[in-house]
Each structure stands twice: as C-alpha cells, then as structure tokens.
Design a protein around this ligand. Structure first.
Ligand SMILES: [Zn+2]
Length: 297
C-alpha cells in the first residue's frame, strides 16, 4: 500500500461513513456491543466495509470506536480487548486489500481526564497504546482518533500512536455551533486551539467529524475555519447527514445522498482533502459523494 500522505498530496480522498447504524440494520441489538461482531459475526462487519469500498471509499474505518479496555469494561469484555481490535483491523484489511487504506478507529475513552475526572494522562496513554497496538497488529495503515472534544485527550492518543510505530495519525473533533460562524467542542475548545494542539502533538491529518446540529452551510463555514487553522496539515471533514431532527425519542438524520453530493465541490474548494460521512450516512450517501469527489479530481 503506498503512502497515504503521498496519495493525498496528489488527489482528494474519500473516507467511509457510519458503521453503527449499518450493524443495527443487520440485526445488532441496541445496547449490544457492536465490537463483539468483529470476532463473532465478522461477515456482517466485512459486509459493511465492502459496501463502502464499492461506494468508492479510499479509506476504510475499523469497527473499533469504543475499543479501549476502559469502554469495553461496560460490556464485561476487557479480557477480549486485543482480540476484538485485532479482528476489527483484520476485517477491514481483508476488504481493503492493497487498494484502500485501513484506519484503526479510536473514539473518546468515555470519561474526563484529570482534573475533571479520575483518569491520568499516563494511564490513558497506556490504554490507547494497547488498543492501537492491537489495531496495528491486525493490519491498520493509520490511526483515526475521532469525535474528540478534549484536545488533551487528542494529545494523549497521538502520543500513544507514536509509541506503536511510524503510522500517520488522523484526529477529528466533534464541534457544535456556539454562535454566528463560531464552533466549539463540548469542552469549549475553539477550532483554532483544537487544531493547533493536534498538529503540535504530531497529527498528520486534522479536522472534524460528526457535530451537533450543524446544517450544511455550517459545515462549509467550519471547513473554511479548519483549513485556516490547520496551516499546511491536510484537513479531513466527515459531516453527518445534515442536522438531526428529533422524531419521538430518536435523532433522525434526513439528508439524502443527492443533498450530500451537492455540497462536496464547495467543501473541496475550501481546501479539505478527505471527505467522509458520520452519523446518518450510508453507503448510498458515500457513493454519491465519491462520484462528486472523483468529478472534482
Ligand atoms: Zn457522528
């Protein structure tokens, strides 16, 4: 597999979309640990990866979002941490082959670092290091540290990735709109500080995913701010399928594939180099977006 950063310098790339909702559609029970399927229903997980690969995605994200030993403890699965992460990377690798990159997915560990919480940076670094080591063993080409709110957690995760070898590390924050053209993470960190700290920590690609109640014009403004704050570092953006609507007790993302396809040229024009999807996106959305990215190449 040739170098991700070299490829990215030559052309924009397309990342994949949501995994959890795809597994739920395949019969995963709400509250069940989706990561268990990496080992016990691998054909289901590979089926989702295959659909995204066929949609034209260059980057395939492992099904390991809540894969730290800290998060797996909620499901009584600490003892299987390495196995489930390794299997997650192997599933993605099997589908990606040598024609796409595998991103080993790391989500927030699920609590606060000191002083807000009890976790020390040193403890968390070891927790992330163990997860990343298993992802690398399973064949991940790069590490994706995503849906982050706390730049300190990003710094710890990037440091942990560096302990596991010379892999590109991609970091993305979840921003919410806090004012006119102003975005902050749940922890209150603005775009500039969030990205500067990720770049200073050594992230190779930086940006945003998910986000609370951002409409497409907001994502466009966010993209401009991300590119400005990232300097020379390539930027990734993985929007949700529009701003969610609350229907009953559910958040429903309603943007159609055609609506998401329509925003791609403007996003690329801001300088964003990798476009993917987050909540509410499906292989159909990514196929439409991929068409648009390819038309802009
Ligand atoms: Zn999301």
């Amino acid at each position: 597999m040739n170098d991700l950063l070299t490829a990215l310098a030559a052309r924009p790339l397309i990342c994949d979309g949501a995994m959890g909702t795809q597994l739920l559609a395949k019969g995963l029970a709400g509250g069940e640990c989706g990561m268990l399927w990496n080992a016990e229903r691998p054909e289901m997980v590979r089926g989702v990866h295959e659909a995204y690969r066929q949609a034209g995605c260059d980057l395939i994200t492992t099904n390991t979002f809540s894969g730290t030993s800290f998060a797996l403890a909620r499901h009584g699965l600490v003892a299987r941490m390495a196995e489930l992460n390794r299997a997650g990377a192997q599933n993605a690798r099997q589908v990606a082959g040598e024609s796409a990159w595998v991103l080993g997915d790391i989500g927030p560990f699920g609590d606060f670092l000191e002083p807000l919480g009890d976790m020390t940076a040193e403890e968390l670094r070891e927790i992330f290091r163990q997860q990343i080591a298993a992802l690398v063993e399973g064949g991940a080409d790069a590490v994706l540290v995503e849906t982050m709110s706390d730049p300190a957690e990003v710094e710890v995760a990037v440091a942990a990735a560096k302990e596991c070898g010379d892999l590109p590390t991609i970091t993305t924050y979840a921003f919410q709109k806090t004012g006119d053209a102003e975005f902050r993470t749940m922890m209150g960190t603005g775009v500039e500080e969030a990205l500067e700290r990720a770049v200073a920590a050594g992230a190779s690609i930086v940006g945003a995913n998910c986000g609370t109640a951002l409409a497409f014009p907001d994502y466009l403004e966010l993209a401009r701010q991300l590119v400005r704050a990232a300097g020379k570092t390539p930027v990734i953006l993985q929007p949700n399928a529009g701003s969610p609507q609350v229907i009953g007790e559910q958040m429903v993302y309603c943007a159609t594939p055609a609506e998401m396809e329509a925003i791609v040229p403007a996003l690329l024009q801001t300088g964003v180099r990798i476009i993917g999807g987050c909540c509410g996106t499906s292989p159909a959305h990514l196929a439409a977006m991929s068409r648009s990215v390819n038309a802009c190449r």
